[in-house]
Design a protein around this ligand. Structure first.
Ligand code: NAP
Length: 549
């Protein structure tokens, strides 16, 4: 942005003085890049984060086995050659401690820490229509004002616990996976119970099983999972990755989910069954999401194709679990492969071959009560030293619902979104001016940093546009918002995942209004490539969907 635009913005903020031109909420992956761009613009900006330090999801999720299943070198920021040159990823799929170190490295290398404030939870955020300013109240009692608020709250940052009687009676240690203790937790000799078999549990279970005396897994619905096939990255490989960075990021930009994996261009029906199996053998043994994202596109839309890949993966599970009856219990029967977000695993299925691991069917015998010493089902009692709730998140809207956000006319965002999120391009909400969301609902669910860079790179010109024109307010037009909601809804049509019991459709058994069947359109399901085109068209069209004043 030009100096004059920054000046114009200053003048507008001086008309109604405020503490900051822009407040960013959240010092995670998206907030870090956002503050970098704002600092470069020369506007007065700060990041507020409820946590004790930066990192967002990578600060919170410290459970054993936590790592992403994006290839590490597709997860780093792409905007700085220096960062790309200097950082060495040591594993193909970086574990949480390394990812947190990476984010700290970025922040320190770019001198961004001084623009961040920690331990401050935003509790209230009200828009003042007279001054076009947001007024924020923090948990520590402070109040701050800003012309613009950018929310980088994280789509999966608000944990949900089950509602089981007696939870507070337990005398051992119990916590949600995203609150795994920061200090080392020695599991040696411990009896551990894990509730849930989502992507998080699937990462924890094999690691805990190796350390604990005994592990009991409470599974309600079995979950498809496929091998991560992780490995180290040598210095020589890293050098070759560095030489390919432009190519790697260009490939991510061409793929719907912003990975190097792209759907196979052949039609499922045109490839003979034996060839399909050989193709799947290769994908299953390759690192990463290939078996999901580089597969035939038909597995996501065609029941027959989906049934065939499901049968193939079920066979692979049978080969890995020694007890045939146990293998059957680990094979999902209620949904097909890949229609929920696929967890990638390391020795997950083999873990059930261990003598110290037991799988309990908590659908047939639900947990009735947590007791001081463990829990009980209708049939049995279990004694534990530690209970781990791997029970998921209030996805996308949860973090917003927990802030008292009020826009024009005092309308609350919570009310506006009571039946599910409503947005313009997943970035703005009509009636909530000067608020922009990063990684919010109704964006494309993609490899997160890739999506974050696209979003921030859209926000900065929007702010520049507003500042250059001397405007103090921007707000999505209701008709533009409606059109985007229609596009989001349409993007689910024909996809098998539209019936999934997953955060994609807003399902969460522990939250009222999130029951199965009450679909919430949480993502733009057509994917990142089309999403980026929509953002670009909105900007090139002079932001016709946005009212400035
Ligand atoms: P999740 O996928 O929502 O799984 C929650 C699990 O808890 C499910 O198995 C669920 O069973 C069970 N559960 C919930 N309430 C229960 C109750 N009252 N009684 C018994 N079981 C209960 O949550 P998650 O595993 O934390 O994963 C969420 C998302 O985070 C993933 O989809 C992924 O996007 C992200 N994630 C990513 C990574 C990675 O990058 N590698 C790792 C972890 C998580 P039902 O299915 O029966 O409801």
């Amino acid at each position: 942005m030009s100096k004059s635009a920054t000046q114009a913005f200053r003048t507008s903020t001086m008309a109604a003085p405020c503490d900051y031109d822009v407040i960013v909420i959240g010092a995670g992956v998206s907030g870090i890049y956002q503050i970098k761009r704002l600092v470069d613009l020369g506007v007065r900006a700060t990041v507020l984060d409820a946590n004790g330090d930066l990192g967002g999801t990578w600060y919170n999720n410290r459970y054993p086995g936590a790592r992403f299943d994006s290839e590490s070198y597709t997860y780093g920021y792409s905007f700085s050659k220096e960062l790309l040159e200097e950082w060495h990823w040591t594993e193909r799929f970086s574990p949480q401690p390394e990812t947190l170190r990476y984010l700290n490295f970025v922040v320190d290398r770019l001198g961004l820490r001084e623009h961040m404030q920690f331990g401050c939870r935003v509790e209230v955020m009200h828009f003042d229509e007279q001054t076009d300013l947001w007024h924020l109240r923090l948990g520590d009692g402070r109040t701050l004002s800003a012309r613009v608020v950018v929310t980088g709250l994280g789509p999966l940052s608000t944990p949900t616990l089950p509602k089981i009687p007696g939870m507070s009676d337990f005398r051992g240690l119990s916590f949600h996976t995203s609150n795994w203790p920061h200090e080392p937790l020695d599991l040696t000799g411990k009896r551990v119970g894990i509730i849930g078999t989502g992507a998080t549990a699937i990462q924890i279970i094999p690691v805990v099983a190796q350390q604990a005396a005994h592990l009991t897994v409470f599974q309600r619905r079995a979950n498809w999972a496929a091998p991560l096939n992780n490995g180290p990255i040598s210095a020589a490989e890293m050098a070759s990755i560095r030489a390919r960075y432009d190519e790697i990021f260009a490939a991510c930009a061409r793929s719907p989910a912003a990975f190097e994996h792209v759907p196979d261009s052949r039609r499922f029906s045109e490839v003979p069954p034996a060839e399909r199996r050989a193709f799947w053998d290769r994908l299953y043994d390759e690192p990463g999401f290939g078996i999901w994202l580089a597969n035939f596109a038909e597995i996501f839309i065609d029941e027959h194709a989906n049934a065939e890949i499901s049968a193939y993966i079920a066979d692979r599970i049978r080969q890995r679990v020694k007890d045939p009856a146990l293998a059957e219990r680990l094979i999902p029967k209620d949904h097909g492969f890949g229609i929920q977000r696929l967890p990638l695993e390391t020795n997950y299925f083999e873990t059930y071959n261990r003598d110290n691991v037991e799988l309990v069917d908590s659908k047939a015998t639900p947990i009735e009560r947590i007791t001081p010493t463990g829990l009980c089902t209708r049939e049995r009692t279990f004694d534990f030293d530690i209970i781990v709730y791997a029970t998921g998140f209030d996805a996308f809207t949860g973090a917003y619902d927990r802030i008292d956000i009020r826009g024009l006319g005092g309308q609350t965002l919570r009310d506006k979104w009571a039946d599910g999120p409503v947005t313009y391009l997943g970035m703005l909400v009509s009636g909530f001016p000067n608020m922009v969301m990063l990684g919010g609902p109704q964006t494309a669910a993609a490899n997160f940093p890739r999506g974050s860079e696209i979003a921030v790179d859209w926000i900065v010109p929007l702010l520049t546009h507003m500042m250059n024109a001397g405007h103090t307010r921007f707000d999505a037009k209701p008709e533009a918002e409606q059109a985007w909601c229609n596009a989001v809804k349409a993007s689910y049509q024909g996809l098998l995942m539209s019936k999934a019991q997953s955060w994609i459709t807003g399902y969460n058994s522990n939250l009222e209004g999130h029951e199965y069947g009450h679909t919430r359109y949480n993502i733009f399901a057509t994917g990142g490539v089309e999403y980026a085109k929509h953002l670009q068209a909105a900007a090139q069209g002079g932001y016709a969907g946005i009212a400035f004043s």
